[in-house]
Structures are given as structure tokens and as C-alpha cells.
Design a protein around this ligand. Structure first.
Ligand SMILES: C[S@@+](CC[C@H](N)C(=O)[O-])C[C@H]1O[C@@H](n2cnc3c(N)ncnc32)[C@H](O)[C@@H]1O
Length: 707
């Protein structure tokens, strides 16, 4: 397992952990309400600490602390809160009563007390729902906590086995890498557009200090100031990153032409392919060596002409990918796939960001409350939070909490959803309107469904479908808890639409995917995704996207829109799928997502070219936007056009005069080519003889792999 790899970001603290707590632990609302937000650097959640388990999971074996966690927690106050950051909770408990348990205050002895409190706090019209949601909540919480964007195709999370002996090495390496890395860990943990992405013009809001202690009144201003400052820093980071390799290379070249960059007498040696194999056979490279090689390869690749030392570029690239895989704990295939998405220095940024948990965010359920009321209620409970950014008027970022954020009375009463900020994006892009008919084709556990229901103000209807029946349990529970009354839950394979029902004003396909955007939440992705998985997923996504498009009513008076999204960053699952849909459905076109930030989708990638309009789609990255890796594309569905009208002298074939859409089906032949190519690659990798290419496979041999 990778030297750098660390624990997955776990789900919110299970309610079992808060059982048996008492009122004495409840921090004084008065005191906590006055708590001043920490300066940006300090309020940024630290990395998840393994020692958190030592203090909180009673009876569980003591685990070593990964060096990465250790480093990033130094000098910080362990501000992370997502109910999983037991280290923080322990701290809060210590502060309040000195006991070692991480129990939260709200799990009082008498259930009725909580109900009464919730009722008193939120005198809204959905009391009945709130009460029933409370009663049935315990199981649901766990399910929801699994991850809003969870993908059942992903396997169970593995506990990473890290030896603590690597700690010092990593410290050294992180220090060495510093010149090339942007200040990801020093950056405020706000979820922001990068400088280049930002549409913000309020760049000079002043420092947050001028706003004084956090209050409801100054919250928006503080948020804007943070956004502006963070955007400026992000811009500087980007510039720094782009210049780093160049500058370093030139510096080093001036001083040290022999490659003995540290002046430690050891000359850098780039292994040959054979030496690399030998090294692998001998149990993998020494971590010191990996660190030094990664740094050196980044440096050389950043200024290849001057620094190549007579070796080919591919040799450096191969070495770097191999070292990234071993250092961060990826399989070679995935390390390579992700590496190629970025310029070399940025690739390291991406892999580094995957080691850091994303901020904890919640979405206000506007069916039950207003953001400012929710914020005030949570502040009163000791939650330190701020609006996420001006791109959302319902999101709050939680910096610190003395109570489990997934089990407050407000949570139980459905006033908010624990939801990654990236998950807001497809719904904002889809922008469902009141009284529309909307389909959420792959909807469990319902983060986006409930958001849509709220935007539609509980009018019209949202069909919330998910092929996995078991997952519709948590979907239904969330729909009830949040008081959504315009949702119909169903469980079909999405590929059965629009036969099941069609003619929707808007459709969302938040597709099942590999989860390469949420590696910090689920580290198992690093090792359990193979080439075959990507091929099958992309095939399934292509089938689903056509069915989703065909479920949209092109004659909708208010809509006619379709949004495709994934929590993956690979091109196969995003641009390639969207491009496929454009080719297969000439009656659709891409339109702007309406999102204020995000990088444009690729229009060409490693020899493949996509339709120019694919640049209207948006990519989001952990190292750039401090949110899960995500992809969003928005389509307008037009009436299917008739095929080309015959010219004056042309004979008209009445059979050809059909609606184009009807003539276009899913092209399983095209996918068969990909499947075959992949098999050939696998055979080649195993050193087997590869049969000649089957140029024209018979139609009868078409395989629908994912099916
Ligand atoms: C990324 S998750 C959806 C998350 C959800 N949109 C939310 O916001 O909470 C993908 C979902 O697709 C579902 N799924 C997988 N294959 C499907 C299919 N063929 N048809 C419909 N749903 C499918 C999975 O069960 C999973 O719940």
C-alpha cells in the first residue's frame, strides 16, 4: 500500500457514539455563539488523524499515525468536523468536561425531550414529518453517511496498513516538494473558484478581522472576503506552480549540472526499465529513493530540454508514474490514467489533494427553514460555520462543531442535508422549476432529489429512480426527513426509460461512476479500479445517457433540459460519454451550465477529439476548487429533426422520411471495438500472442458488456 496513502474519510459519527451523553457536555450556547471564527489557516480542517481513533473508539486497537496526517495536523487545531473527526470531538469533550468519550450532547436520555426541543426550535408546518423522521432516523443516518455520491459499484473500503516508520521520510519529502507544490495545505479551506475561474469582482473586501466576530449579520461579508482572498491566493498558487519547475530547473542547472541537487554527494540515477522491474521484484523501492526520484522527475520534466541528461522523456514519465503509484498507493493503471489529466506539477497537486479530506458542508433544506435561521440555530449549538461561497445561497461550510453534525435536532427535523459542495452543482445547472415534471434517473440516497424538490417548492413532481432497491431505502428516508412531498420513488434500471415513463421537462443523470473524484473519501478506488471497470462503466454511462435524453420532452414549455454528471475526473466517463451522446442524438446540443466556475471540459485528449461545444461542460477538481472531483454537462433537447429533405430531382424514399431519433439506437458495435482493443492490450501486457484485428465484426456478435 502506498506510503502516502491514509485512511478514508469516514461517514459522520454513528449515533451509537453519542448514546448515553448528557446535558452537561453541551457547551454553553451563549459562549459558543460568540466564538470568533479562526483565521483562515487555522480554521482549515486538518487531515483526518488516525489518533482520533485512539481517543474515541473505545477498545479498538491503537493505530499508528500516518506521516501525512501527522504533518498536516501540526500547527493546526484539528478543526475538522464531519462527525468523523473524532480527534476534534475528543478535544471538545476535553474542553467541556474532561471525559474521554466523544459523545455529543443531544442524545439525551429522554427521546421526548429532543422532540420537544426540535418542535420548540422549529415551529414549521411539517411537524409531523419532523417527528416521524426523528423516529426512523437511526438507520438512515448510517446509510446516508456512506457518501452522498456513493457508487455501489465501488468495493468496500480497505483499511490501509501504514507503517509508522515512514513518517520521518515523508516529512522530509513533503518539505522537499514544497517548492513545487502550491500551498494547498495553507490555503483557506473555503470552497472557492480559482482565481482564473472566479467571476468575482469584489476582490477587495478586506480581511476577515474587520468584520469582527462571526454573526448572522456579517456572515455574507466575511464569506465574500474569504472568497476574494482565497481566489487571489489560488491564482498566485497557480502561477507559482507553473513557474516552479522552470525556475527550479534553471537554478539547479546553474549550480549543479551533475544532478547532485542536494549537494549530498549522491548523483541522481534514473533507472532503466529493467532496473525498475528488478526493484519491484525486490519488494519495491526505498521511500527515500521514491521521494527523491519523484522530485527529480518533476524537475526534469518541467524543463526537459535543459535537464534530460540524454534520457527520453517517456523514461522520466514512466518512472514518475511508477513512483506516484507506490508513494500514494494507486495501482499503476489508475496512477497513469489520472497523471495524464494534468501538467506534471499539477498532477502532483491532484494526488496530494486526494490525501486531504474535503471540507464538511451542509445544504439548507429551504422546504423547512432559511439558511440564516439554520446557521443561527447551529451556531447556538456550538457549530462554527460560514456560507460556502456566493455561488450557492443554501450551502454552509462547517469548520468546527461540538456536536455531531449528522445528529442534531435540526438534522433530524430535516433542516439540512449533509452534502458535498460538488453535489450542489448538477442541480444548480439543471435548475428545475416549480410545477415541472423532473426525472432523477440515478438518485439514491437522494441528495440531489431533495435539492430539486426544494427548488421546485414542493410542486410538480420529481421521479426519483435508482436501480439499486436497497439504496432506495435511504432515498425514501431522506425524502421523508426533508419533507419533500412532490417525490415519487421508483426502482428501475435507468436503461428502461423512457419506456417506463417519459416526457419530462428536465432530467438529471448523476451517473454511476468510478469515483475518481472522491478518492479522499474512498481510498479503495486507488486500488480496485481496473481498465475493465472503466470500460464497462463508460459503456453503461453511454447507454444511460441516451435513455436519459430520450426521456426529456423536447416540447416542454418551461424546460427541455438534461444534465449529465459524475463524481469522476476521467475523460472516458465524462467528455467521451457526452461526445457520444452528441453524435448519437443530433437533436441535442450542449449549453452553458450556468455555473460560475469550473474548468472547461476537454475538446481533445490524448489523440481523441471531441465536439468543440464540449468546452461548455465543466470540470471540478479537489486541488483547484477544494471540492470533490466532479463533472457537469448541460444539454438542451430539441425536437428531433426530420432527415434531409430530398432534392428537387431526387427520388423520394418514403421509408427514409423518418424522424432521425427513431433511426438511432445504442451503438453496441462501437463499444465492441473498445472491448476488443482492451482485451488485446491485456494480452499484450501478459506477453501473450495477440490475434489479428477483427476489422468488421458481425452485427450478431455485438456485446453489450455492461448489461
Ligand atoms: C452517483 S450515485 C447517485 C447519487 C445521487 N444522485 C445523490 O445525489 O444522492 C449513482 C447511483 O446510480 C445507481 N445506478 C447504478 N446503475 C444504475 C442503472 N443502470 N440505472 C439506474 N441507477 C443506477 C446506483 O445505485 C447509485 O445509487
Amino acid at each position: 500500500m502506498g506510503r502516502r496513502a491514509k485512511n478514508k474519510q469516514g461517514p459522520p459519527a454513528p449515533l451509537a457514539e453519542v448514546a448515553g451523553d448528557n446535558e452537561a457536555r453541551r457547551p454553553s450556547a451563549k459562549k459558543l455563539g460568540k466564538r470568533k471564527a479562526e483565521p483562515e489557516q487555522e480554521s482549515r480542517p486538518g487531515k483526518k488523524l488516525r489518533e482520533g481513533k485512539e481517543t474515541t473508539a473505545k477498545g479498538s486497537p491503537k493505530k499508528s499515525v500516518s506521516f501525512a496526517s501527522q504533518k498536516k495536523s501540526e500547527g493546526k487545531k484539528g478543526k475538522t468536523v464531519n462527525g468523523k473527526s473524532e480527534s476534534k470531538k475528543s478535544k471538545v469533550v476535553e474542553e467541556s468536561d474532561g471525559e474521554g468519550s466523544c459523545a455529543g450532547w443531544e442524545d439525551v436520555d429522554e427521546e421526548d425531550d429532543v422532540k420537544a426541543e426540535a418542535k420548540a426550535l422549529f415551529n414549521d408546518s411539517d411537524d409531523d414529518d419532523a417527528g416521524s423522521a426523528y423516529e426512523g432516523e437511526w438507520e438512515e443516518l448510517e446509510m446516508e453517511g456512506e457518501a452522498e455520491d456513493d457508487d455501489p459499484l465501488r468495493g468496500p473500503v480497505e483499511e490501509l496498513d501504514l507503517g509508522s516508520d515512514d513518517d520521518d521520510d515523508a516529512e522530509a519529502f513533503v518539505g522537499k516538494l514544497k517548492s513545487r507544490r502550491s500551498k494547498q495545505q495553507d490555503r483557506p479551506d473555503k470552497i472557492i473558484p480559482t482565481g482564473s475561474d472566479a467571476s468575482s469582482d469584489d476582490s477587495d473586501e478586506g480581511s476577515e478581522d474587520e468584520h469582527g466576530p462571526i454573526t448572522m449579520a456579517n456572515m455574507e461579508a466575511r464569506s465574500r472576503a474569504l472568497d476574494a482572498r482565497a481566489a487571489r491566493e489560488a491564482e498566485l498558487d497557480m502561477e507559482e506552480m507553473q513557474q516552479a519547475a522552470q525556475v527550479d530547473g534553471e537554478d539547479d542547472l546553474d549550480v549543479d549540472m551533475d544532478g547532485d541537487e542536494e549537494g549530498d554527494g549522491e548523483e541522481f540515477h534514473l533507472p532503466t526499465a529493467e532496473e525498475r522491474e528488478e526493484e519491484k521484484k525486490a519488494g519495491g523501492p526505498d521511500v527515500h529513493l521514491v521521494q527523491r526520484r519523484m522530485r527529480e522527475c518533476v524537475r526534469v520534466l518541467g524543463n526537459f530540454k535543459k535537464l534530460n541528461r540524454g534520457r527520453a522523456r517517456t523514461e522520466y514519465v514512466d518512472q514518475l508514474i511508477s513512483d506516484i503509484a507506490s508513494y500514494y498507493g494507486y495501482n499503476d493503471f489508475l496512477a497513469e490514467k489520472l497523471y495524464h489529466l494534468f501538467p506534471v506539477a499539477e498532477a502532483i497537486e491532484f494526488f496530494e489533494a486526494n490525501e486531504v479530506p474535503r471540507p464538511v458542508t451542509i445544504r439548507t433544506n429551504t422546504l423547512r427553514t432559511r439558511r440564516r435561521d439554520l446557521a443561527q440555530a447551529l451556531i447556538n449549538r456550538g457549530v462554527n460555520l460560514e456560507p460556502i461561497g456566493k455561488w450557492t445561497n443554501v450551502g454552509l461550510q462547517v469548520f468546527e462543531s461540538s456536536v455531531p453534525i449528522g445528529a442534531t435536532p435540526e438534522y433530524l427535523a430535516g433542516h439540512y442535508m449533509l452534502q458535498a459542495a460538488s453535489s450542489f452543482l448538477p442541480v444548480i445547472a439543471l435548475s428545475p422549476q416549480p410545477n415541472e415534471r423532473v426525472l432523477d434517473m440515478a438518485s439514491a440516497p437522494g441528495g440531489k432529489t431533495t435539492h430539486m424538490a426544494a427548488l421546485m417548492q414542493n410542486t410538480g413532481v420529481v421521479f426519483a429512480n435508482d436501480a439499486n432497491k436497497a439504496r432506495t431505502k435511504s432515498l425514501t428516508a431522506n425524502v421523508h426527513r426533508l419533507g419533500c412531498k412532490n417525490v415519487v420513488v421508483c426502482s428501475y434500471d435507468g436503461r428502461e426509460f423512457p419506456k417506463v415513463i417519459g416526457g419530462f421537462d428536465r432530467v438529471l443523470l448523476d451517473a454511476p461512476c468510478s469515483g475518481t473524484g472522491i478518492i479522499s473519501k474512498d481510498t479503495s478506488v486507488k486500488v480496485n479500479k481496473t481498465e475493465r471497470d472503466f470500460m464497462l462503466l463508460s459503456h453503461l454511462q453511454k447507454q444511460l445517457i441516451l435513455c436519459a435524453i430520450d426521456s426529456v420532452s423536447p416540447t416542454s414549455k418551461t424546460g427541455g433540459y438534461f444534465v449529465y454528471s459524475t463524481c469522476s475526473v476521467t475523460v472516458d466517463e465524462n467528455e467521451a460519454v457526452v461526445d457520444y451522446a452528441l453524435r448519437k442524438r443530433p437533436n441535442v446540443k450542449l449549453v452553458e451550465t450556468g455555473l460560475e466556475f469550473g474548468r472547461p471540459g476537454f475538446t481533445s485528449y490524448r489523440g481523441k477529439t471531441f465536439h468543440q461545444s464540449v468546452s461548455m461542460t465543466r470540470r471540478f477538481y479537489p486541488h483547484v476548487h477544494n471540492m470533490d472531483g466532479f463533472y457537469v454537462a448541460k444539454f438542451k433537447v430539441e425536437k428531433p429533426t426530420k432527415t434531409r429533405k430530398a432534392g428537387k430531382d431526387e427520388k423520394v424514399d418514403p421509408a427514409a422520411e423518418v424522424v432521425e431519433q427513431e433511426t438511432i439506437g445504442f451503438d453496441s458495435e462501437e463499444d465492441k471495438m473498445y472491448i476488443e482493443e482492451s482485451k488485446r492490450k491485456a494480452m499484450r501486457a501478459k506477453g501473450l500472442r495477440v490475434p489479428p484485428r477483427n476489422r468488421a465484426p458481425p452485427a450478431s456478435a455485438a456485446v453489450t458488456a455492461a448489461a
